[in-house]
Design a protein around this ligand. Structure first.
Ligand code: GNR
Ligand code: NI
Length: 188
């Protein structure tokens, strides 16, 4: 699955809850649950290129503490303390930021933030384009009426734009000689 961590506010749940899974091939199934996490100790600096599921397309280097001690409740409500460094420390700080309404862009200079937001915007546009292409490639999409329903219960499905047709050999002959096949007249 994409993402090594998720904070509840990212999915509309405004609670101090976050999960982190930095499992890998050699170190599988390391799911950490943090309820009301608090960083009680931090030291050192580390720079990591971060991304965020809530800001797809944007990646920038962020400086954070390299080694932290975090206190939290686990999924059974039991208090625990965890010492973390490297990627796990970065991820915990990234997720706790989400609980406070902070994202990694807030740690960047305004120039870097503007560049990252541009990449985010580009990515959103590409996603929207792909979504539209997918939607329009559905076999029934080209036959949808091009108007909003006007009736109380439902609209109608009369064609309001030309039905795309296979080029007919007779028509193909006329094309390019000033012949424009007239669209069928509709009564209004
Ligand atoms: O998947 C994620 N990867 C990541 C990489 C570097 C630093 C932080 C992260 S967290 C991110 C998932 C996410 O957005 N969690 O909020
Ligand atoms: Ni994030």
């Amino acid at each position: 699955a994409p993402g090594i961590g998720l904070a509840a506010p990212q999915i509309g749940i405004l609670q101090r809850l976050t999960v982190i899974d930095i499992s890998s091939e050699e170190n599988p199934d390391k799911l950490h649950t943090f309820i009301n996490p608090q960083i009680v100790h931090a030291e050192g600096r580390i720079v990591w290129e971060e991304g965020c599921l809530s800001i797809p397309g944007a990646y920038e280097k962020v400086e954070r503490s390299n080694k932290i001690v975090v206190q939290a409740l686990d999924r059974d409500g039991e208090e625990f303390e965890l010492e973390a460094d490297g990627l796990l420390a970065v991820a915990i700080q990234h997720e706790i930021d989400h609980l406070d309404g902070v994202v990694f862009l807030d740690h960047l200079s305004s120039l870097k933030r503007r560049m990252a937001l541009k990449k985010y915007k580009k990515h959103l546009e590409a996603m929207e384009k792909e979504r539209l292409e997918k939607q329009n490639s559905r076999p029934w999409s080209q036959f949808e009426p091009a108007s909003k329903p006007t009736h109380r219960l439902h609209g109608d499905a009369r064609f309001r734009r030309p039905i795309p047709r296979r080029p007919d050999p007779e028509q193909a002959r006329c094309r390019g000689r000033g012949h424009q096949p007239r669209p069928p007249q509709r009564s209004r």
